[in-house]
Design a protein around this ligand. Structure first.
Ligand SMILES: *Cc1c(COP(=O)(O)O)cnc(C)c1O
Length: 425
């Protein structure tokens, strides 16, 4: 039977034909991502190649288990995809072992708990208000409910991680598992110092590099691989891959980590994501990715300087990595209304608590921004000056929607000179 385009069998019709509502929303999101300045520190633009792998038929395949040891047949291609992903990630980071199956960063971290600490045992991590992640033992997370969690923080004077406090707390509470790494911390993580503390108390050291794994791969932040017992990361932040995660570990922990991910926590791996991770790891191994990682940091430093010159107060006074945490108190505006005003001006960030924030988490004093996405578009130091000027103007006129619309038009114009990877308008 022959079909004309309009009467193709259901499974062959394009998204726009089958579901115009979703197709229109995807299209609108493409336009939004292309025409705004994405300053959310955890976001990025994946390449067209990563998008293609992620949108492939690999989403159809069940493959519980690991390459060579599956519970379903028909794994000829999938085994090779996962092998390539594991091998590339191991090579890129110099790790003994890699597991690329965790569905996202939070399940990857949960697998580490499952591998190394029984429920009720003590774990330690950076507290959420100090820039730590929910999964490092914060009370509302399963990790703070099922384990006895002790939070360390940052110093009151300079807002840097207080390693003396980490050591004191570790000696007192003897955690099984010690987390380092953060979600809103603009400074270099001192992995060897955490290693020394973990050794002193016999703890497993887990480094969560979800935000900075692209910087680590590109040599723009020191690596915890070979120092920490286990390293977790999302693959969709600075690493610039699909939404997913990876766990790197020393050979002695490989079996425990693999067992914790499957069958401990998950069923079938998301093979389309695994393929996307393999592509991202290949891209990250190219020399241009080193340039990218260093440009992300150079842009963040330039943006920090330009904002400080305009009277913005930066937590810790600046940044070593891709992100900036801004205390808006001196600007006389709170984080949420400011983030909302910026969004109307085409500048997209997120409101965030600052250390020792006197305001509530849903209405905090800070804004978190970062440079991974805008650097992927090729923006550089000159553009950081323009962004700082727009941010200052919005801070001075937070309810002036006419002005915000004018800035949004200027933002669109600037964006037109820096095409967003993966998006064809
Ligand atoms: C983003 C992040 C995660 C969680 O990743 P999801 O993919 O959102 O679950 C875990 N740890 C840190 C430090 C993060 O920044």
């Amino acid at each position: 039977m022959k079909h004309t385009d309009s009467v193709l069998p259901a499974g062959h019709r394009a998204l726009a034909d089958v579901d115009p509502e979703i197709a229109a929303l995807v299209r609108a999101e493409e336009v939004r991502e292309a025409e705004s300045i994405r300053l959310i520190a955890s976001e990025n633009y994946v390449s067209r190649a990563v998008l293609e792998a992620t949108g492939s038929v690999l989403t159809n395949k069940y493959s519980e288990g690991y390459p060579g040891k599956r519970y379903y047949e028909g794994q000829h291609q999938v085994d090779q995809v996962e092998e390539l992903a594991r091998r590339r990630v191991k090579q890129l980071f110099g790790a003994d072992h890699a597991n690329v199956q965790p569905y996202s960063g939070s399940p990857a971290n949960l697998a580490v708990y499952l591998a190394f600490a029984k429920p009720g045992e003590t774990i330690m991590g950076l507290g959420l208000p100090a820039g730590g992640h929910l999964t490092h033992g914060w009370g509302v997370s399963i990790t703070g409910k099922f384990w006895n969690s002790v939070a360390y923080g940052v110093r009151a004077d300079d807002h840097r991680i207080d390693l003396d406090q980490v050591r004191d707390l570790a000696l007192k509470h003897r955690p099984k598992l010690l987390w380092c790494g953060a979600t809103a911390y603009p400074r270099t993580i001192d992995f060897p110092a955490f290693r020394a503390i973990a050794d002193e108390v016999g703890a497993i050291l887990a480094a969560d590099i979800a935000h900075i794994s692209g910087l680590v791969a590109g040599g723009a932040h020191p690596s915890p691989v070979g120092i920490a017992d286990v390293v977790t990361s999302t693959t969709h932040k600075t690493f610039r891959g699909p939404r997913g995660a990876m766990i790197l570990c020393k050979a002695e922990h490989a079996a425990a980590i693999d067992k914790a991910v499957f069958p401990g926590l998950q069923g079938g791996p998301h093979n389309h994501t695994t393929a996307g991770i393999a592509v991202a790891a290949r891209e990250a191994a190219e020399p241009s990715f080193k340039d990218y990682a260093h440009a992300v940091v150079a842009n963040a430093k330039a943006l920090a300087e330009a904002l400080a010159a305009r009277g913005f107060r930066l937590i810790t006074g600046g940044t070593d990595n891709h992100l900036l945490l801004i205390d808006l108190t001196p600007k006389g505006i709170a984080g949420k209304p400011y983030a909302q005003a910026l969004d109307k001006a085409g500048l997209v960030g997120n409101y965030n608590s600052i250390p020792f924030d006197p305001r509530k988490p849903f209405d905090p004093s800070g804004l978190r921004i970062g440079t991974p996405a805008i650097t992927s578009r090729g923006m550089g130091v000159a553009e950081m000056g323009r962004i700082a000027a727009w941010m200052d103007e919005v801070a001075q006129h937070p309810i002036d929607e006419v002005r915000q619309a004018r800035i949004a038009a200027e933002v669109r114009e600037l964006c037109s000179h820096f095409p967003a990877p993966g998006i064809k308008l």
